[in-house]
Design a protein around this ligand. Structure first.
Ligand code: SME
Length: 162
């Protein structure tokens, strides 16, 4: 049975929240979100986080083909999401001059800012699809809610060694 988009997000998010109950490490949260969303949403091709480090974005946990390692706030759809601190929904990446093509098979994407409990931008969450217009307001709603619920809480560890 094929789940519709709502059911797929609801089931994935329920599982993510269950696995992450009591978890305060941001890396483990990122890994779990990538894994379960990609498993439930078949149109996800690349899913992952770019973390803010020294005013730039550095690739973090992801699933998919090789991602760019560094992205400045001035480049890419990820950079635009980080700079504006607003979700970017791009129906056709080939029509957006800002897009950085890490994998030419990507045709559409959504990028959601990730903030901590002090409202500070810590990362962006990037999902790419090989389908055109794969993402819409439904994806945006579920992803924004999930990201807010998981990261806008204290305390949050940002590495393995603290
Ligand atoms: N989608 C990004 C580049 C990163 S990769 O696609 C993994 C962008 O244009 O910001």
């Amino acid at each position: 049975m094929q789940l519709d988009k709502h059911q797929a997000y609801q089931q994935a998010i329920q599982e993510i929240n269950a696995v992450l109950t009591g978890e305060t490490n941001a890396i483990l949260k990122m890994v779990t979100i990538n894994c379960l969303l990609k498993q439930y949403l078949p149109y996800y091709f690349w899913v992952g986080f770019y973390c803010v480090n020294d005013g730039k974005l550095m690739v973090g946990p992801y699933q998919g083909t090789l991602g760019c390692l560094h992205i400045s706030f001035e480049k890419g759809i990820c950079g635009r999401a980080a700079k504006m601190e607003e979700t970017q929904l791009v129906q056709n990446v080939h029509e957006d001059p800002a897009h950085i093509a890490c994998d030419s098979r990507t045709n559409s994407e959504i990028v959601v800012p990730v903030k901590n409990n002090e409202g500070k931008l810590i990362a962006v969450f990037d999902v790419d699809s090989t389908e055109l217009s794969a993402f819409d307001a439904i994806d945006q709603k579920y992803i924004e809610q999930l990201i807010q619920e998981q990261f806008e809480q204290a305390p949050l560890q940002m590495s393995y060694n603290n």
